[in-house]
Ligand binder design. Structure first.
Ligand code: COA
Length: 137
């Protein structure tokens, strides 16, 4: 089931974040996004993944997406991104992903995103970002 994230979900979201990224967002950052488009995937009472999107002007931006390592490859990421795209009132959705994150690059391509370009040394550790976009509708 996909539903909006609530404050009670944040410890599980932060755990997924810690298991998924070498430089995870701290829990307080998630609290700030509770009023954004912040969705979780829940299975048998457990949060298995989350996605955060915001509107910036006429664009939708995906801030973060992660699925718990034990639940990957089961379509939860795809369901989360499809629902976010559905509820995002924007013609174009964009995101940035680390150039070395080949799994995420393949995932985003498989759900319909295209490569737009590179932001050199975008991340704090100097890694490039790949910018990807999707036209809605
Ligand atoms: C990227 C991520 C969110 C994908 O979530 P997921 O639930 O495992 O993905 P899904 O099962 O919905 O996969 C949908 C499609 O994406 C592609 N895909 C997903 N994981 C893939 C991988 N590791 N390698 C290649 N293709 C992959 C497949 O085409 C898949 O379709 P299929 O199952 O029919 O083969 C997940 O791997 C993750 O949390 N990674 C760590 C965090 C991260 O990198 N987030 C993105 C950067 S912001």
């Amino acid at each position: 089931m996909i539903r909006r994230c609530t404050e009670e979900d944040i410890p599980q979201v932060a755990e997924i974040e810690n298991l998924s990224f070498s430089r995870p967002y701290p829990a307080f950052v998630f609290k700030k996004y509770l009023r954004a488009r912040f969705l979780v995937h829940e299975e048998e009472g457990k949060i298995t993944g989350y996605i955060i999107g915001v509107k910036m002007g006429s664009k939708g931006i995906i801030i973060s997406l992660a699925v718990h390592p034990e639940y990957r490859g089961k379509g939860h990421g795809k369901k989360l991104i499809e629902e976010l795209v559905r509820i995002m009132d924007a013609g174009i959705i964009e995101l940035q992903v680390r150039r070395s994150n080949t799994e995420a690059l393949k995932f985003y391509q498989s759900v319909g995103f295209e490569r737009k370009g590179i932001l050199p040394a975008y991340y704090g550790d100097g890694e490039d970002a790949v910018v990807m976009f999707m036209k809605k509708g």
